[in-house]
Write a protein that binds this ligand. Sequence first.
Ligand code: GDP
Ligand code: MG
Length: 231
Amino acid sequence: MPRDCTLVLLTLNEIDGLRLLWDALPLDDFARTIAVDGGSTDGSREFMAARGVPILDQPIPGRGVAFRVAAEATDTERLVFFSPDGNEDPADIVRLDDLLLSGAHLAIASRFAVGSENEEQDALRPRARVNQALTWLANRIFNEGPPVTDTINGFRALRRADLLALDTSVKRFPIEYQISIRSMRRRWNIAELATREGQRAGGESKALSWPVGKDHLKVLLSELPGARVLR
Ligand SMILES: Nc1nc2c(ncn2[C@@H]2O[C@H](COP(=O)(O)OP(=O)(O)O)[C@@H](O)[C@H]2O)c(=O)[nH]1
Ligand SMILES: [Mg+2]
């Protein structure tokens, strides 16, 4: 019996990663696999369509929009979000769903837990530091449970009804941060597994460091009780 779970592929020009990772995806374990595509023009759509994967379009670009398109379009109990760009390890897909089955509301593949590896090679690791500072702030302000080590990684799983209940609003990259913060505020059980973040297979990152960092801070402020919505 396949899992009552949809594997959601999030793509925006990831043909190299798709080619590299396709055979490692545990498609048979899942009731469905779908893609939400942000407007690829590099053959990603054709590659997935040729393999029978339904492709959902988004009304406007952005990962946040893609998360909501997936939640609204699926009919399984649970969703695992996977980005086939080479950063995420397909071996963790099933493990994330297992964390939900063991009672987690939100399951995150952490790049900063004991035993994790982060892809950044630069000695100063600026992206990792900003990530960890944002996670520290979220824990400090919103979390009354055990500390979460990676509030930002997009490689995660949750129940469809829970994702809809979070009523998210972020359009672009900080969607994961908003999901993590809102889960903390609800005192949900957040479980993590240690992951090894791989190198990008090809193409380009769409997350530019400074604007994306600033957008995360805006989300943090807008989640404060009583905050006026900033976006
Ligand atoms: N569906 C969809 N996917 C996106 C969008 N923007 C980025 N992605 C995908 O999200 C994943 C992570 O994006 P990436 O640019 O690698 O961010 P980084 O890993 O933080 O550098 C990749 O698989 C992208 O193709 C979007 O607007 N819509
Ligand atoms: Mg990436």
